[in-house]
Design a protein around this ligand. Sequence first.
Ligand code: ZN
Length: 430
Amino acid sequence: MDTANVGEEMYRFVTDLFPICRSITGKGVRETLALIQKHTPLDIHEIPSGTRVFDWIVPKEWNIREAWIKDPAGKKIIDFQNSNLHVLNYSTPVHATLSVEDLKKHLYSLPEHSDWIPYRTSYYSSNWGFCLPYNQLLTLPEGEYEVFIDSSLEDGHLTYGEYYLRGETEAEVLISAHICHPSLANDNLSGIAVAVFLANYLSKLSLRYSYRFLFIPGTIGSITWLSLNEPKVSRIKHGLVFTSLGDSGKFTYKKSRRGDTEIDRAVAEILKKSGEAFEICDFSPYGYDERQFCSPGFNLPVGCLMRTPHGEYAEYHTSADNLDFVRPEYLADSLSKCLAIVEIIEANRVYWNLNPKCEPQLGKRGIYSQIGGQTDGKSQELALLWVLNLSDGKNSLLDITERSGLKFSAISSAAQTLCKNGLLREHSNG
Ligand code: ZN
């Protein structure tokens, strides 16, 4: 992978997506999916407002054209055209004149970061409002203000995108990213970009698993997908939710609710051997769509891959989560970690040593020389011995990797060498 180039391409994609005013429904979601479609052949699903999905109802569709506040002198002081974060997401339409005191009941700002615009939503309770820098809030003079929000909240659809990549088996890997945030780069245009570029890479490989990529609005999107696809859910063997993958922070992996699944161990393995700082935390019922995938009625093996977690960076959910906050090199690094994780789950199998009584003589088979010339010849040799010793039909290559402390790639290539030489065969589950 040409990391520098891919990073730039991913960053350009994030830049294209950035200006769109997204929400959990509406035109912004459709525009976003249309841009994703230029890279990945998505199926677009439109679910009507009012559809019951478990304990929830698909909400009315929200669209917005214009929004502003004029001060007592008639000067526009807040304009949606300048930043889509200025409008409380899902604001009902309004056109009114009101005093500064009454206006302030509908204004949101961040005293601790007085130049930033906060991102606020009101999806499930009817409200209108504006978000602005605290410094600007302090300057508002007494008098009558005119407010205008030209939005609509009507029966329509919830829209989401799905890309299914058929592999050798029906067993699936689920990758999910939320697409409901407006001009916010790390949360979650970064996650969308990593998912899209991962899908592109995987589409060129021959794969053991089938891969399902979901581009869905947060919470209501995963609830809707699970509700409509319940019979398919048992095919999901591994899954990851992608978010906040473009900032400079260290990787953070939040484990699945089960905590010890193959995906949990594969991610841990990649992060541990990366030589970089990282953090692995236990599941908690707070965060992104893993909350739904890991609800007790599903309890799927789905974790959440991030760099800096939500709420642990000041820029989170503010106008400072912008195109300067994410960088091409971090996007590319996130993608390459994801590819390494996929490599593990694709190659992780259980084998039988066909010569289990004492060590086979590797020298006479020329196996050492077959892997000669490699800089880490010693660890290749160790990998052969570990694979032979632990391949008793019980230990997977990931088990052997963890126990040996070697890299998965070394263990996996040792297994391939031994298979070619008739010393190992795959353990069949059937
Ligand atoms: Zn968010």
